[in-house]
Design a protein around this ligand. Structure first.
Ligand code: NAD
Length: 496
């Protein structure tokens, strides 16, 4: 016993392998289960095909700026081809299929996502920069759960909407952002297919790899050709798709700026539209809350996925009597977060998604300081290459500061205080957005009161960032309209 102990001590003294800033060894996820092609085509009518324009661009790993693969830029002709394929499939096969059969295909997709979940998780992390822990435990299982959930509804639509005759809409054009690439694809594709619609999906230009792996799964699941089509490329491809006359329904998730332009383009048409846009959520922390748990919830609310989250709790409103204690505990907790290699299972905060997003975050850090707020960042080491941002907290923020009004989409928390419930509600609702909010208090009656008065589509009480396929999600004001998830998510793809 004493010999063993002395050996350990000797080893540690002789070979100090541990850097005091990084108190544990790296635990890198292996990339072996992922086979990246040199380049990818489009997925149209059940087949991978080249783009008619033959233009390609690189998708990179934001953690080291290395090139991963080349992605095809779709043309207007490709959009035509994909919409036509979706139309043919809708009219001749998918809408005529027995609903229970449609459900079987969806179950198959869900199971295949589960079978290949490791591959999906690694790919999502490589392409997007999010920690492997999050892609493995949140993004991919939730994507499978959405397919399972909507598979179950496929043959029960008349029970979901009694005394009505739910019918599919036709061809759905779906455009998604880069922050939860596979999960957003699942949110869009699963309810559309369950209701009998066919789909043309455009993933974000910087994160197409998991959508293309999903296309492989759709082939593997033997879906009728044209039921799901995937077109890669930049904004103009999305624009050509949502404005295509052959489309019956548009489902968009992304920035408020683009959402507004889509709504303008669809004005005076009878095409159905749902918009899931930006947010600037208020996280309210009352003095009676369990402070340690609340601090954990606030950290999860803003630093999860590098703050690239539409519903991120980016504004903390804390009751003045506990604000010093809360801010101190927040700083302590921020100091324990590990920023670094996203494939490392110990990493809490991965890479900022792109140089462009990194620049945006830097501008907001400068703007916050220029407006007189006080910035705090823990002194954690950052990798040498790639795009990185330390978790950041601003105190002394006022309502008019840009960091308190505008969506930053990064790991930046703006802290303000309040003295009364009315002041907290006033400050929380003083935003053009209205996607989500969080409340920390032990008083149930206060939760119910705030839930009725906060103008946000989703309100979490004594928790944050909880998602379930059965629960609808969507916004007020400039956060958009329409709901995804649950029965509400089905009704967006049906006419009665
Ligand atoms: P973005 O609006 O720039 O792009 C989103 C998608 O739209 C991309 O696929 C892009 O290529 C495409 N696009 C760009 N211009 C277009 C146009 N004119 N017509 C049609 N499509 C076009 O947004 P982003 O930077 O990729 O994503 C971040 C934004 O998404 C944030 O504002 C975030 O809050 C929001 N978001 C919202 C939700 C939600 O559920 N409410 C979820 C995730 C992200």
């Amino acid at each position: 016993m004493s010999l063993a102990n002395s050996n350990i001590e000797t080893n540690l003294t002789m070979k100090p392998t541990l850097d005091p800033n990084w108190p544990s060894s790296p635990a890198l996820e292996s990339r072996d289960s992922v086979r990246l092609a040199k380049s990818y085509g489009l997925f149209v009518n059940g087949e991978f095909t080249p783009s008619s324009g033959n233009r390609k661009y690189w998708t990179i790993n934001p953690a080291n700026e290395q090139r991963l693969s080349r992605i095809s830029e779709s043309t207007a002709g490709d959009v035509d081809r994909a919409v036509q394929a979706a139309r043919n499939c809708y009219e001749k096969q998918w809408s005529r299929l027995r609903p229970a059969e449609r459900g079987k295909y969806l179950y198959r997709i869900a199971r295949l996502i589960q079978e290949r979940s490791r591959e999906f998780a690694i790919l999502e992390t490589l392409d997007g920069g999010k920690p492997i822990r999050e892609s493995r435990e949140i993004d991919i299982p939730l994507a499978a759960a959405h397919f399972f959930y909507y598979a179950g509804w496929a043959d029960k639509l008349p029970y979901a909407f009694p005394n009505r005759k739910p019918q599919p809409l036709g061809v759905a054009a779906q455009v998604i952002p880069w922050n939860f690439p596979l999960l957003m694809a699942a949110w869009k594709i699963a309810p559309a297919l369950a209701c009998g619609n066919t789909v043309v999906l455009k993933p974000a230009e910087t994160t197409s790899l998991t959508a293309l792996l999903l296309a492989e799964i759709i082939q593997q699941a033997d879906l009728p050709p044209g039921a799901v089509n995937i077109l890669t490329g930049h904004g103009p491809v999305g624009q050509a798709l949502v404005e295509h006359p052959g489309v019956d329904k548009v489902a968009f998730t992304g920035s408020t700026r683009v959402g507004k332009s889509i709504q303008r383009a669809l004005a005076a048409t009878d095409r159905r539209c749902t918009l899931e846009l930006g947010g600037k959520a208020a996280h309210l922390l009352f003095a009676d809350a369990p402070i340690d748990q609340a601090v954990e919830g606030v950290v999860n609310g803003i630093y999860f996925n590098q703050g690239h989250v539409c519903c991120a709790g980016s504004r903390l409103l804390v009751e003045e009597s506990v604000s010093d204690e809360v801010i101190e505990k927040l700083k302590q907790r921020m100091g324990t977060l590990r920023v670094g290699e996203p494939l490392d299972k110990n990493t809490d905060i991965g890479a900022i998604h792109s140089r462009q997003q990194w620049n945006t975050i830097q501008q907001y850090l400068e703007s916050g300081q220029a407006d007189g707020a006080t910035m705090y960042q823990p002194d954690c080491p950052l990798p040498k290459s790639g795009f990185w941002s330390r978790p950041t907290l601003f105190t002394g923020v006022s309502q008019s500061n840009r960091i308190s009004q505008e969506e930053i989409f990064g790991p930046v928390l703006a802290v303000q205080t309040f003295r009364t419930v009315a002041e907290a509600i006033g400050k929380a609702n003083n935003t053009r957005y209205g996607l989500s909010a969080g409340v920390w208090t032990t008083k149930g009656s206060r939760v119910l009161n705030l839930a009725a008065q906060l103008k946000a589509g989703v309100i979490w009480a004594n928790s944050y960032n909880q998602f379930d396929p059965a629960s609808p999600f969507g916004g007020y004001g400039e956060s958009g309209f329409g709901r995804e998830g649950g029965l509400h998510g089905l009704s967006a793809y049906l006419t009665y």
